[in-house]
Design a protein around this ligand. Structure first.
Ligand code: NI
Length: 160
């Protein structure tokens, strides 16, 4: 396992669309482990592969609820419900936070690290993190959808 370098605001790769993973192999599992290690090192709640420079549809999330990190491949939101106003940050935008609207609940279909199809249902912070990370796979970053005028600089604490 290794901590990877996080691409930051201004890096064009963050604007690119990631490609689907066709085969879940050891290389993908190694990337997932590295992404988890990188996310934990920087106290993030989530990380997308594009943020470590790899344009594959892979995300990791840890909302620190004791259930351990989620490792998702080719995630797709198949259902969403309600709305929540949240404060959001991103490991690629250190010290920046903004308010935005996200669905209150989402259901996501993905492959797990063994290539098995799984379904995740998330509310509140988990719903927010799933939406944020899946946006990254489409070249979308949180400031694109923030409520205008809410961007602020604060000490890093809960980066998504
Ligand atoms: Ni992010």
């Amino acid at each position: 396992m290794a901590v990877r370098i996080i691409r930051e605001e201004g890096d064009e790769i963050l604007r690119k669309k990631s490609r689907e993973v066709e085969v879940v192999d050891d290389k993908i599992r190694e990337l997932l482990d590295d992404m988890v290690e990188t996310m934990h090192k920087y106290n993030g709640v989530g990380l997308a592969a594009v943020q470590v420079g790899i344009l594959k549809r892979i995300i990791v999330i840890d909302i620190y609820d004791g259930k351990g990190p989620l490792k998702l491949i080719n995630p797709v939101i198949i259902k969403q419900k309600g709305e929540q106003e949240v404060e959001e940050g991103c490991l690629s935008f250190p010290n920046k936070y903004a308010k935005m609207l996200r669905p209150a609940e989402v259901t996501v279909e993905a492959l797990d690290e063994n290539g098995k199809k799984i379904k995740i249902h998330g509310k509140e912070l988990l719903a927010q993190a799933l939406c944020h990370e899946i946006d990254h796979l489409n070249g979308i970053v949180f400031v694109d959808n923030m409520i205008p005028g809410t961007l602020e600089y604060v000490e890093p604490e809960k980066n998504v």
